[in-house]
Design a protein around this ligand. Structure first.
Ligand SMILES: NC(=O)c1ccc[n+]([C@@H]2O[C@H](COP(=O)([O-])OP(=O)(O)OC[C@H]3O[C@@H](n4cnc5c(N)ncnc54)[C@H](O)[C@@H]3O)[C@@H](O)[C@H]2O)c1
Length: 275
């Protein structure tokens, strides 16, 4: 297996590469990443000299470069993680989300379609999406693979659009692609703009914990190294092409903050924060 991981210098990508690097079925692991503010090669410290590993500093928005990587390394499997991933940034600047998440995903799909030339045996394309494409839950319930899409931010809209391209490439060209719509992840190497690192930093610095709105939005949390989630993302290609990865019943996010910081939260309105 010649595996291409996009976004391997980011949070989930670095954890994923560390998790699979020594798997015997992988003969080559290529990390394609253009190193935005969220990408850090230090996340892969120690692996950069691994004989199976190669790094390609390539921007998904550059289609010719993406095609070159897929062709040059004889890629057979893709784990597509590269994305603009922060909701707040998508609100202040949605353009990058369209170009990377939608157009970039199209470039990667088309690069694989071209390189694989309809010889799909032994090939697989995994697109990492988010449960945010399903919008907001009420006070109870959970999303399933059959929940209707209802993205509420430019970030989730861009991921939803990318999901539709992956689906279309599967239906139209037979590309062996699956989509995972997993919930919020936490764990090592997470960029400290996301909720849990922000909360931990606030606790360490003895600052008030910032919570978005009334803090009652429901989010589910999945540890980035959760083994069942990794297995859930590896069904045989003929099974359903969409996988939702949830760990447990969702909890309102303020409970997380409360659990860590109940005695320090000052009275009065809380500053806004989205993740
Ligand atoms: N972190 C979560 O809680 C979560 C939850 C559900 C889904 N996801 C999805 O999982 C994937 C990985 O998330 P993450 O938290 O690791 O993201 P991240 O922001 O930590 O890392 C993204 C990586 O992609 C790279 N990248 C961004 N734009 C690029 C481009 N144009 N070309 C090449 N590389 C580019 C960045 O340099 C970075 O290394 C994303 O697709 C995200 O939508 C994340």
């Amino acid at each position: 297996m010649q595996l291409l991981v996009t976004g391997g210098a980011g949070f989930i990508g670095a954890n994923f590469i560390r998790h699979v690097m020594d798997r015997p079925e992988i003969s080559r692991l290529v990390n394609l990443d253009c190193l935005t503010y969220a990408g850090h090669l230090e996340n892969l410290h120690g692996l950069d000299v691994h004989p199976k590993y190669a790094f390609e500093r390539v921007d998904l928005r550059d289609k010719a470069a993406v095609c070159r990587v897929v062709q040059a390394h004889g890629i057979t499997h893709v784990v597509h993680l590269a994305a603009e991933s922060h909701v707040d940034r998508s609100i202040s600047g949605p353009g990058d989300f369209v170009h990377t998440n939608v157009v970039g995903t199209f470039h990667l799909l088309d690069a694989c379609r071209g390189a694989w030339a309809e010889k799909y045996s032994g090939k697989k394309f995994l697109h990492a999406s988010t449960d945010e494409v399903y919008g907001s839950l009420g006070a109870s319930g959970a999303f399933t693979e059959d929940s209707p899409y209802a993205p509420n931010s430019p970030y989730s809209a861009s991921k939803a659009a990318a999901d539709m391209f992956v689906r279309a490439y599967r239906q139209t060209y037979g590309l062996p692609a699956i989509v995972t719509n997993c919930s919020n992840n936490f764990g090592p190497y997470q960029f400290p703009e996301k909720l849990i690192p922000v909360v931990i930093q606030a606790i360490i610095a003895r600052r008030p914990i910032p919570i978005y709105g009334d803090g009652l939005q429901v989010r589910d949390w999945l540890h980035v190294r959760h083994r069942r989630a990794h297995r859930a993302a590896q069904p045989p290609p003929r099974r359903a092409p969409v996988r939702s990865r949830r760990r447990s019943r969702p909890a309102p996010r303020w409970r997380l903050a409360q659990a860590h910081h109940a005695r320090r939260r000052p009275a009065g309105p809380r500053p806004a924060l989205r993740d």
